[in-house]
Write a protein that binds this ligand. Structure first.
Ligand code: HDE
Length: 762
């Protein structure tokens, strides 16, 4: 028996080593290819094929990666370097620093015996692993973040004394973008609201602007937040659908609780499916109160305006990307930063006089379901945000960051907006569970850059080593420290002494909050025809996914109160009669600023695909790549096979792995015949191996055309357009004799984001 066992082991080892050798040979071949270091490569240094065995110090992070500032838990700067806050030393250790010589085998009573309880390394390793997960956020669980810097313009001084808004003042920031409904692993491009939360590490304490990409909210009072979230989350019985509102419980709630109709219409518009975090606006939603040096107050609404303009996906793109690249927005943000295309937004404010009724031209500023059109109160830029650094460790930074709307600095205060008031409670409360205890502000990413002396003591995961004996006030034993700041001169946060009207205790809302429809109509009327069509398609899609007819009918009643054309179009799609509203339609002025169309924007970071045929004329492809890169855009060479083309050009996407939805525009430099891998059995996308054009390229061109993207072709590329059925005599399809001329025209088209003149599908 012993011999048989030994023989089996020898055979197993021989097989294992043959497989390993084959893999090594293959890997060596791949490593021999001169692959460029594209944004997104995982490690700071390309790995060798063979397992490294010579002990070296940990590799440095990638150059685009940064991390939380090295601060003590109480806000002081430290001399600690980046590599010292991460893992250190050449050798594997226990968590308490003892070097280990084997982490591959547990300690057993003989090589076939049971594992020993005394194996402290095994127990420590498994115990830590067992506790690696923390609860995901109740909402906004799926997110991605980056470091950056905010620079004030100084022009906010007349209304706000916050130091970080001073002219030229640089403040480090961390921004976390998110979806709302989905779980941590859900897809990025779902139809949903996006979070846009910014932590400013100011000299006067952390200021958190916890914003969304939609300027209104579903509910006016925070007490209704659990209701809308329960309605939007997956059904509790089967836990479906994931990360979307196209289901009965969502529409049941919003059709009954009609104050949700405004936010819902924004979700059904193109704002619900952004092209990139870099092309999203951000809104503080609530009205805040600012205070200047003289103690004078103003009411403001905060806005983030993306330098690249607001741009969205089409619904079909969003759906395809959800499958092809569920991390689309996360990847886009990190790749842009890594390649130096730093995303930028201007922080702007709409400023209103702080009157007793807290309204502006009849709009109740405390109602978070209302906007103030920019035509009535322009957004004034007061600073610039630039994202410059990727995270080094997602969990430590993006997952552990803890925002709180109550993280305010002197000069910025809250209002009585009943939604904001509840948020002031909720954020700290949720962190207590999510980050397991009250000391979450001591986690590196949350540490302020201002000195902290809060008299808070003990609790789970206490990182500070507090000195003294008197964490109470008044005291004499610690010399009376800490002292109250005497007022604004000492930089104190002073609650604005707002007059509270004499009143009775009641559960009620102001009369103005009862208007649920006028601004929904305002939004609808502000849209261009193509944007309106997208909204109609979105309502029709979502309501078609509901099972209950009563819910569809009830939502049609709500649409009838917004606009009869909208209601009729959706009703047709649902196969239901269109109801008519009992009340007269609200009379409102459109706000053209709400439309995404009609302006031109920089093309930085836009992705242009170049389709090539390996046997065709490849001259000039490298020059095109250079020209695109020189103009701060990204070029993807899309070829029949991986590696290099016959002229040495490196291929970034193969026909099999590329898809139109990754591109903002496509250039066609050849008419590639079906590549050897284009057989139906090997690729579901390939159905006509004998066609003159590779079927995957045909699909790519069809999709680019359908999604109203700019298309350019020259030489035999024009034949490819014909083979794909793409007309050449329409707006946005550019043909010519030279690639460079075609690119120049395509770049101009890209400034409008899409070729809007061409029909855009859902
Ligand atoms: Fe939030 N929200 N929220 N919210 N919210 C959270 O806090 C809450 C609201 C927003 O990237 C939670 O740390 C209540 C409006 C963003 O970490 C939680 C109400 C706006 C993020 C919470 C609102 C937001 C959150 C979940 C109604 C736009 C992600 C985890 C009264 C202005 C922050 C967490 C991040 C996260 C509560 C309404 C934005 C549960 C009770 C309005 C961007 O505390």
């Amino acid at each position: 028996m012993a011999d048989a066992g030994r023989t089996a082991r020898v055979v197993k080892n021989a097989v294992r080593s043959a497989v390993t050798q084959a893999a090594e040979v293959a890997l060596e071949k791949v490593a021999g290819l001169d692959t460029p270091r594209a944004p997104g490569v995982p490690a700071a240094k390309p790995p060798k094929v063979a397992e490294p065995t010579k002990p070296i110090e940990p590799l440095p992070p990638k150059p685009d990666q940064t991390g939380p500032d090295r601060r003590t838990p109480t806000g002081a700067e430290t001399l600690v370097t980046r590599d010292q806050v991460a893992q250190q030393g050449k050798f594997l250790t226990t968590s308490t620093g003892a070097r280990l010589r084997d982490t591959d085998h547990s300690l057993k009573a003989g090589d076939r015996g049971p594992t020993l309880l005394q194996d402290h390394h095994l127990r420590e390793k498994i115990t830590h692993f067992d506790h690696e997960r923390i609860p995901e956020r109740v909402v906004h669980a799926r997110g991605s973040g980056a470091h950056g810097v905010f620079v004030g313009y100084g022009n906010a001084k007349p209304i706000c004394r916050a130091g970080f808004l001073a002219r030229g003042k640089e403040t480090p920031v961390f921004v976390r973008f998110s979806t709302v409904l989905g779980s941590r692993g859900s897809a990025d491009t779902v139809r949903d609201t996006r979070g846009f939360a910014t932590k400013f590490y100011t000299d006067e304490g952390n200021f958190d602007l916890v914003a969304n990409n939609i300027p209104v909210f579903f509910v006016q009072d925070g007490i209704k937040f659990p209701d809308i979230v329960h309605a939007g989350k997956p059904h509790p019985d089967r836990e479906i659908p994931q990360a979307q509102s196209a289901h009965d419980t969502f529409w049941d709630f919003v059709s009954l609780h009609t104050e949700a109709q405004h936010h819902t219409m924004w979700n059904m518009s193109d704002r619900g499916i952004p092209r990139s975090y870099r092309t999203m606006e951000g809104f503080g939603v609530h009205t805040f109160r600012t205070v200047n040096q003289q103690g004078e107050t103003a009411l403001v609404k905060f806005h983030w305006k993306p330098k690249l303009g607001v741009h969205s996906l089409t619904w079909e793109e969003a759906q395809l990307i959800g499958g092809i690249d569920p991390d689309f927005h996360r990847r886009d943000l990190a790749d842009a930063i890594e390649s130096g295309a730093y995303p930028q937004w201007e922080l702007g404010v709409q400023v209103f006089e702080d009157t007793a009724d807290e309204t502006f031209q009849g709009i109740d500023l405390l109602d978070p379901t209302k906007i103030v059109p920019e035509e009535l109160a322009p957004v004034q830029p007061i600073g610039l945000l630039t994202l410059t650094g990727n995270t080094t460790n997602f969990f430590a930074e993006t997952e552990q960051i803890a925002f709180h709307v109550g993280n305010l600095v002197p000069g910025i205060d809250v209002t009585n907006d009943p939604l904001l008031q509840t948020r002031l409670f909720s954020y700290v409360d949720t962190q207590l569970t999510r980050l397991a205890g009250p000391n979450f502000n001591q986690i590196p990413i949350n540490r302020p850059h201002a000195p902290v002396n809060d008299m808070f003591r003990d609790g789970f995961h206490q990182h500070a080593v507090h000195a003294g004996v008197a964490p109470y006030k008044p005291n004499s034993l610690d010399g009376g420290c800490p002292f109250h700041a005497s007022g604004p001169r000492d930089g104190a946060f002073v609650d604005v002494p707002v007059r509270v009207a004499e009143s009775v205790k009641e559960r009620d809302v102001p009369v103005s909050f009862a208007d649920h429809f006028s601004q929904v109509r305002l939004f609808w009327l502000s849209m261009t025809p193509v944007e309106k069509q997208h909204i109609i398609n979105a309502y029709t899609f979502e309501l078609s996914r509901c099972y209950e007819q009563a819910i569809r009918e009830r939502q049609l009643l709500a649409l009838a109160r917004i606009d009869p054309e909208l209601c009729a179009e959706v009703a047709t799609g649902l196969g239901l009669p269109a109801p008519t509203a009992e009340e007269a339609l609200p009379v409102v002025e459109a706000s053209p600023a709400l439309s995404q169309l009609g302006q031109e924007w920089p093309t930085d970071g836009r992705i242009i695909g170049i389709v090539v045929a390996d046997d065709g004329d490849l001259d000039g492809v490298d020059d095109l790549v250079d020209a695109i890169t020189d103009h701060d855009m990204v070029a993807f060479v899309i070829g029949p096979h991986g590696g290099k083309l016959s002229n040495g050009t490196v291929v970034q996407r193969t026909f099999a792995a590329g898809r139109s939805v990754e591109l903002d525009a496509v250039l066609v430099a050849g008419c590639p015949a079906p590549a050897p891998d284009a057989f139906p059995v090997r690729d579901a996308k390939a159905d006509e191996p004998l066609a003159p054009l590779d079927p995957r390229v045909r699909l790519m061109l069809e999709e680019c055309y359908r999604h109203a993207k700019a298309i350019g072709a020259w030489g035999s590329g024009i034949e490819a357009l014909a083979a794909a059925g793409v007309p050449v005599d329409v707006t946005g399809v550019v043909t010519g004799t030279k690639g460079s001329d075609v690119l120049a025209e395509v770049e101009v088209l890209l400034r409008s984001h899409r070729v809007w003149e061409r029909t855009v599908v859902g």
